[in-house]
Design a protein. Structure first.
Length: 88
């Protein structure tokens, strides 16, 4: 599957409830990180590693290869929504 679209990135330098939620998810997905964050020095020096950017994508085009046969042409899924407008 390939999703093409317009992306927005919301950067937050503050610790929010959503930041905490992302942090907990990253520890669940990377269990070995618990030993890393257990040490106060690396936790303090590498806080940037646990900061996450929130990306929102408005799909414009979706291509699907139903049987993972990438030599075959993809099927395009129609994306409902406003027409694409390019401003220069």
């Amino acid at each position: 599957m390939l999703i093409q679209g317009d992306a927005r990135v919301a950067e937050s330098r503050e610790w929010t409830p959503r930041s905490e939620e992302h942090f907990k998810l990253s520890v669940l997905r990377q269990p070995d990180s618990r030993t890393f964050i257990a040490n106060p020095l690396p936790r303090r020096l590498f806080t940037f590693y646990f900061q996450r950017l929130t990306m929102t994508v408005q799909p414009r085009r979706i291509l699907v290869w139903p049987h993972r046969r990438f030599v075959d042409p993809p099927t395009e899924v129609l994306v409902p929504g406003p027409p694409i407008v390019h401003v220069e």
